[in-house]
Design a protein around this ligand. Structure first.
Ligand code: SF4
Length: 213
């Protein structure tokens, strides 16, 4: 069994790539971008351990009960730091007809130069859309979908999502906020200043509610 260290999974989201997606945030990132939205995913010892088979079975169950599931997204943390496990998972889900979107804080050139890294090459081979480049705070820009700064690039390796290449203006960046049954709040996607203020108010409300429970 191939181990995989995860930060979290969201089984259905429409804020992390084209259409409805099963999103996997891996744990561990050495890049440490200033202003990163997910610094809790940096620690390679954090999160929790799972394995490729367990995650794959959960994706299958989710796809069976979600006919409009378009694919799986890998983000983090840094997916290429766990390329062996993710490439094996990507190969399986592509065989089932799901698309694969991989985010990376490494630039594509850097990934290509690691030609001797078999796992990195395999993850590229089993990615339909790569979104690459670190988050650069001074280039912050939410005008394009799924990304947070101007330097980040979309690489369409297959035709699976190529239709999006010419219609980025029509796809808004989204912030998803979930209120869970246990009263906690979680968020994913990209947030503008207004969304962030709304989120902070919700978190404050959640904390106050917690104090009163
Ligand atoms: S690459 Fe992604 S997870 Fe890593 S520090 Fe940058 S924004 Fe954060």
């Amino acid at each position: 069994m191939l181990p995989i260290r995860l930060s979290k999974i969201k089984k259905r989201t429409s804020a992390e790539g084209p259409g409805l997606r099963y999103a996997i945030w891996v744990q561990g990132c050495p890049i440490h971008c200033k202003g990163c939205f997910n610094p809790h995913t940096w620690d390679f010892g954090g999160g929790y351990l799972s394995d490729v088979e367990t995650v794959y079975e959960d994706i299958r169950r989710t796809a069976d009960s979600t006919p409009d599931l378009s694919g799986v997204t890998f983000l983090g943390g840094e997916p290429f730091e766990q390329a062996e496990a993710l490439s094996a998972l990507a190969e399986k889900v592509q065989t089932d007809g799901l698309g694969v979107v991989t985010f990376s804080g490494y630039e594509y050139d850097r990934i290509l130069k690691s030609a001797n890294n078999v796992a990195w090459r395999k993850l590229l081979r089993h990615t339909d859309l790569l979104i690459d480049g670190p988050y650069i705070e001074r280039l912050h820009d939410l005008s394009r979908p799924w990304v947070g700064s101007k330097n980040q690039r979309y690489r369409f390796f297959t035709d699976v999502y190529r239709e999006y290449e010419t219609k980025f203006e029509e796809v808004p960046n989204k912030l998803e906020i979930c209120l869970h049954p246990d009263g906690t709040v979680s968020a994913n996607g990209m947030a503008g200043p207004l969304d962030l203020r709304m989120l902070e108010s919700l978190m404050e409300f959640d904390e106050k509610a917690g104090e009163n429970r």
